[in-house]
Design a protein around this ligand. Sequence first.
Ligand code: ADP
Ligand code: MG
Length: 373
Amino acid sequence: GYHRVLEENRKLYNQVQDLKGNIRVYCRVRPFLGRQSNMTNTVDYIEEGTIAINTPPKYGKGRRSFNFNKVFGPSSTQGEVFEDTRPLIRSVLDGYNVCIFAYGQTGSGKTHTMSGPKDLTEDSQGVNYRALNDLFVLAEQRKGTLQYHVSVQMIEIYNEQVRDLLATEEIRNNSQNGFNVPDANLVHVSSTHDVIDLMNLGQRNRVVGATALNDRSSRSHSCLTVHIQGKDLTSGGVIRGCMHLVDLAGSERVDKSEVTGDRLKEAQHINKSLSALGDVISSLAQKNAHVPYRNSKLTQLLQDSLGGQAKTLMFVHISPELDAVGETLSTLKFAERVASVELGAARVNKDSSDVKDLKEQIANLKAALARKE
Ligand code: ADP
Ligand code: MG
């Protein structure tokens, strides 16, 4: 009754708030993994939006805290993490461009958040599956007024080369023609089942190499891009939205004395593209007239999802172990730089009814509340 109305009201209010900001940073702390010897925790304190790291003497002994839009502790579930991502998914169907990406050192949980563990179950499905599932559910709910068409691309950026993960042959990247989404196969999907099949295909095509840290680590950025087109059945108008779901390559700095040849080349490319990402974001923060999107394939690809017209969510991942503390601090510093960006309100590709809808619903709930009193 009364409490439900209050709760609904609060939820809707949060959704409206959510629609205002266009860059959010969520931090997720991975739990300790089984049979680990070094169980000393560097994460001292977690609450809603704050995380503190105990730094050993080598990094200037003390306690350094960071603020983000949200911090998910080691016991957070895939469902809880997705719950706070939902409003963004909804906005794709309203014609916003959205970019969700996973940042962090190898082994910190990026793939876990975006896709899930290897032995995937429905409960352990990551953001990618849940996002697509939500899109289909919402599209179905709106089918009386809007007819949606959903298609996906899966690409990988490896050593600054873009590869189509949904093609059997490598495709040539067409970046010279000004398209920021590469000319990769665009596959129509009509159910979550279709998406799972495609993601399995894409996963098999990914470049995976072995490192000392994690034999499942990847040295490439992988990106699942979802294009939606919604035809308004009364007006005939078309809404277009696009969502990039990016699992970035590991952000760890590589000790150059230890790697040579291909491994060194990979490390340099990763370093280059992640710092290009940082440069783009800081350039946006300073409102520079020129934003250096073209300095890496990654930032070219994300161009329409980073900046004043799009909404971005970055999941930064950290490992709890003491020996990861150096990387943890540099990850959190990078993320802090991203989190401090404040851009203008996101703009919709076409007219959005979302904010109006929510405002109306809030007004209705308030009226319901008043009647109870
Ligand atoms: P990354 O993609 O950043 O290299 P992974 O996602 O592969 O890291 O995670 C490394 C290991 O830790 C995997 O075995 C993964 O299943 C596990 N893992 C990561 N995050 C979590 C989590 N939140 N809960 C349980 N296990 C996790
Ligand atoms: Mg991974």
